[in-house]
Ligand binder design. Sequence first.
Ligand code: ASP
Length: 330
Amino acid sequence: MSHAATPVLVIHGGAGVIKREMNPVREKAVRAALTQALQNGYAQLKAGKPALDAVTAAITVLEDDPNFNAGKGAVFTHDGKNELDAAIMDGYTLKAGAIAGVHRVKNPILLARAVMDKSQHVMLVGEGAEAFAKDAGVELVDPSYFRTDERWQQLQKALKEDAARKPHADVETAKHFGTVGAVALDTQGHLAAGTSTGGMTDKRWGRVGDSPIIGAGTYANSGCAVSGTGWGEYYIRTVAAHEICMRVTQMRVPLKRAAAEVINQEIPSMGGNGGAIALDGNGNFAMPFNTDGMYRGWIGADGVPHVAIFGDEDDGTGDPLPASESSSGQ
Ligand code: ASP
């Protein structure tokens, strides 16, 4: 789509076990961070910058905030490390950049963007990705930068449960994800999507989830942009983000329905869970999830940031959002 459009930005900060009893201090901090991310991203769109810039601006705010499982505050691997993944895609050019398994990149989404803009590749992993970061001038930090006590405790709990041989799916810490993502529509009518994550607590053996895999956790084309959050193995197997977009752009399924079919039907029917944000070229958006809650927000024609956390919360679109349903904007 290539016409003057009213810009829209939709973000998420992860789906999972998020109950109304959550710590009020944390709730306030999460709402403030989501609002800031919306404001920073929307400022780019209002200035006529591309959707890609809005996506990176919003995601860097959430990466820098320790309340989210991306950048600072990322979850720990089984070996006690923070191992970060991210991806970005430009719906207009279909260019994409992704990185996985990095330990020293302060803002993984900026490295994904650099891979897209400055290399001839789409995906770089591990030490090679960090060597490229140096060459591309992307900021590196000591691995201790990412550590928070809360995430460390989550790992200790998961390790104990591992030792008691509980299946990973039953580990409470595995149920609160916290990945961050953004989708944007710019004034040119172009779409972009991005996602950044620390993956899942207690992950092993270089496990990589859906977030940095183009088509699984992140995808954009000329008529649809999606960022997912949830149990990554299922998003990879359903090629979730691409699947939603194909239904929208090829099969002409309305965005809200397409997103709900994949997130609230296909993935749970296989045993997975999570959520997603999706945006089409007309500014319609959906934020389906099948978990208790999803940190989420949007900003559109009224220029006012709207944020929501809980499954039964009115998120500004005027409709309450039962956990099993999606919402859509204007
Ligand atoms: N999808 C991410 C992964 O599997 C986790 C999340 O969304 O929080 O790595």
